[in-house]
Design a protein around this ligand. Structure first.
Ligand SMILES: Cc1cc2nc3c(=O)[nH]c(=O)nc-3n(C[C@H](O)[C@H](O)[C@H](O)COP(=O)(O)OP(=O)(O)OC[C@H]3O[C@@H](n4cnc5c(N)ncnc54)[C@H](O)[C@@H]3O)c2cc1C
Length: 246
């Protein structure tokens, strides 16, 4: 069976992550182990035969068998994300195909270089698969996540990221909140810039493998910043989720 053949997955669980973001657990009849960072295509077909198809990164670790999690942000007026948020319920059957992608991927067993992960909004989803994989594999690869969100309430996977970073096993998580910050906030409070990337990448900059994912504008600006502070383009992998900025 090819990864490009559609299969009918069943929605086993739906969990809110933030006001605009939900995670969906899909049971897959033909589950196949993915690589952290890969995605699935999701296809909806209306009664009149009209179809819409979008890509969604896998959020869960490859170590989890038989099911995957997709985490979907509700884009205003978005065709597929609105349907997933407002219509889909547990037990529904949805067409998926995957896992897809061989470039924006990380494997704990074969890639030992320190990881620098830079995410904006739902761009954290493939990073979460990498960090869950890192934890499940018991890897101690040094890893730093810089995660840009609008407000504290928009931080996806906040508690799980806190828990993972408290293990003190070589993962450091840095947040920047671009719109508003709670009182006593000690993280960054602006859009990602050269100084922020210099500070976050500091100890691992010389050898880090970099993954950047999020809205197109954030990805392009972070990649240019990294090149300006001396990280070679060959070590930077990017994935663009959509046309708008944060
Ligand atoms: C490889 C890959 C992986 C992806 N993984 C995820 C993921 O894990 N989680 C996730 O939520 N999304 C992810 N996306 C984005 C996703 O595929 C859709 O583009 C998104 O859900 C919007 O689809 P829609 O049908 O709801 O909106 P559409 O009907 O396609 O668009 C409606 C409006 O929203 C704008 N728009 C489209 N996409 C976005 C966006 N991403 N952000 C802001 N505005 C947008 C459009 O310009 C249009 O004006 C991924 C995209 C790619 C290419």
């Amino acid at each position: 069976m090819s990864v490009l053949e559609w299969q009918i997955a069943t929605v086993r669980e739906i969990r809110p992550e933030t006001a605009k973001v939900k995670s969906f657990t899909f049971a897959l009849p033909r589950w196949m182990k993915h690589r952290a960072g890969q995605h699935y295509d999701l296809r909806l077909t209306a009664a009149d035969g009209y179809r819409a198809q979008r890509s969604y990164s896998i959020a869960s670790a490859p170590e989890r068998e038989g099911a995957i999690d997709l985490t979907i942000e509700h884009v205003e007026d978005g065709e597929v994300s609105t349907f997933m948020h407002e219509t889909v319920t547990t037990g529904d059957r949805i067409e998926l195909r995957g896992p897809i992608g061989g470039y924006f991927v990380w494997d704990a067993a074969t890639q030992a270089a320190p990881l620098l992960l830079i995410a904006g909004g739902s761009g954290v989803v493939p990073m979460m698969s990498m960090l869950r994989h890192r934890a499940a594999a018991g890897a101690r690869t040094p890893a730093r996540l810089l995660f840009s969100s609008r407000t504290i309430d928009d931080v996806i996977y906040r508690e799980e990221l806190d828990t993972l970073s408290k293990k003190r096993d070589g993962l450091d998580v840095f947040h920047t909140l671009t719109r508003s910050q709670p009182s006593g906030w000690s993280g960054f409070a602006r859009r990602i810039d050269d100084a922020m990337l210099g500070e976050v990448s500091g100890p691992i900059a010389k050898e880090a493998l970099v993954f950047i994912c999020g809205p197109t504008a954030l990805v392009e600006s972070a990649a240019s910043s990294l090149e300006r502070i001396g990280i070679p383009a060959a070590r930077i992998k990017t994935e663009r989720f959509g046309p708008t900025g944060t």
